[in-house]
Design a protein. Structure first.
Length: 465
């Protein structure tokens, strides 16, 4: 019997009362069950434990701790570095924890740890309410939240963690606790940006905002005009009304409706807008930028429900593509950085490859750098360089472009990166990404996970280890 077989059989025998589903290599459906969003990640866990409820989560955590086996926690499976899975260990799959309870009276929503943002958007959008999330609706709630949460509503409503009111957490001991401003406040501080280092969150309670119809969509310019557009964007956005969010991007126009045939697969620079104020004021808010740059190839901005914008990129980026990421926080974009961006933007190696600059200002700056674990409250943007393609043969090509792009722009960065957009880049990089908050995070980690059971993540080492 192999070590994998022994672990599998031990788990099936010893995790008593498990109401969910076990999947191991000999089971039908294993190949599908082990797959994650990034097809560049190809790992073979000894056991995938799909929990039915929080009690199941506690049972699996307790088993992994006692057996001292490698444990990965998987929500939406979107983690670029593949930190929701592991070779030869146990994957705790939260995808069945799907409860969503919207309370329109209190403007809150309670969300199970296995939900995706599309599911939450559909439930809250029915009431004209929303909480900040990302830009791909298939993304898991848990991973995005615990890393911080950048997206279309950042400037108006803050990061996702700024709207987290409480969480139900299974600790490394198997104990189930609540984290909030009044209960286990040190844990609550740490999970707001500290990733999955401190436990498994089985339920989140978020504050909701009144966000019904927004005005959003992309404006595209010729790739040759990218330096001019980026300079204008850099100078304009930080002073724009908070209701106006817009991330700058390099992209290729998707080869499908609603985009005009003559633009299909054309390399462009662009801004993806989300105006969440009164729709009739959107054009006025965007006007200073649009009047400062050449006429765009496409101004595809229109009124729509927020969930429509949140899911607009889903068809372009389905599960199963090859992905390679690098990222940085940015406080300023000097002209030399603009020129470097223009150079690499024009060299995107595949049509799905992209670069985004996500705003981190407005309401996100209302929270101090030590108020949550998310330290870079003085950054203005989070940059991400993403090489993407469906063909495994292009994996090295997209990786090389990302690394070269990142290394050229890193000298202009703030030092660290948004942990949700990092690959497995080592402990020094993790420390840089938490900055002055790292030592406190390490101390909290020593309280709640002293043996570092939860280490398949952007890992924070417990103090004393």
């Amino acid at each position: 019997m192999t070590a994998t077989d022994a672990l599998t059989h031990s788990a099936r025998r010893e995790i008593s009362g498990f109401a969910g589903r076990f999947t191991s290599p000999e089971d039908q459906g294993y190949e599908e069950a082990r797959a994650v969003y990034n097809a560049m990640i190809d790992r073979r866990p000894a056991l995938i434990a799909t929990a039915a409820d929080a009690e199941d989560v506690a049972r699996v955590v307790d088993f992994a701790a006692k057996k001292e086996v490698l444990l990965a926690v998987r929500g939406g499976a979107h983690n670029g570095a593949g930190l929701g899975t592991v070779d030869d260990g146990v994957v705790l799959d939260l995808s069945a924890l799907k409860s969503i309870e919207v309370d329109p009276g209190s403007h809150t929503v309670r969300v199970g740890g296995g939900c995706t943002w599309g599911e939450v958007d559909a439930a809250t959008g029915a009431y004209g309410l929303a909480t900040p999330s990302g830009i791909i609706s298939t993304t898991g709630v848990g991973g995005l939240t615990l890393g911080g949460g950048l997206g279309h509503l950042t400037r108006k409503c803050g990061l996702t963690i700024d709207n987290l009111l409480e969480a139900e957490v299974v600790l490394a001991s198997g104990e189930r606790v609540r984290a909030s401003a009044t209960e286990n406040p040190d844990l609550f501080w740490a999970i707001r940006g500290g990733g999955g280092n401190f436990g498994v969150v089985t339920s989140f309670l978020f504050r909701l905002h009144e966000v019904g119809t927004i005005v959003g969509g992309p404006t595209f310019w010729a790739i040759e005009e990218s330096a001019e557009v980026l300079r204008a964007y850099r100078d304009f956005l930080p002073g724009a009304p908070r209701e106006l969010n817009g991330f700058f991007a390099f992209a290729s126009v998707p080869p499908a409706p609603p985009f005009p045939d003559e633009l299909h697969l054309r390399k462009v620079c662009g801004i993806v807008w989300c105006y969440s104020g009164a729709p009739e004021q959107a054009a006025e808010a965007m006007a200073p930028l649009l009047e400062a740059v050449p006429e765009p190839l496409l101004h595809g901005v229109q009124e729509m429900p927020l969930p429509a914008l949140q899911g607009a990129f889903d068809p372009v980026y389905p599960a199963g593509d090859q992905w390679y990421w690098r990222a940085d926080f940015v406080k300023e974009i000097p002209d030399a950085a603009v020129e470097a961006h223009a150079h690499f933007g024009a060299q995107m190696p595949t049509w799905k490859s992209t670069m985004h600059l996500y705003p981190i200002d407005g309401a996100a700056h209302d929270v101090g750098p030590t108020d949550t674990a998310f330290a870079y409250r003085d950054a203005l943007w989070g940059s991400v360089f993403a090489g993407v393609d469906s063909d495994p043969a292009n994996a090295e090509k997209i990786r090389r472009w990302c690394v070269d792009y990142f290394e050229a722009l890193h000298p202009y960065s703030a030092g660290g990166a948004y942990v949700n957009m990092m690959m497995d880049e080592g402990q020094e990089r993790v420390r840089a990404s938490y900055g002055a908050n790292y030592e406190r995070l390490s101390q909290v980690k020593a309280i709640y996970d002293p043996t570092n059971l939860f280490r398949v993540n952007q890992n924070i080492i417990p103090t004393g280890s």
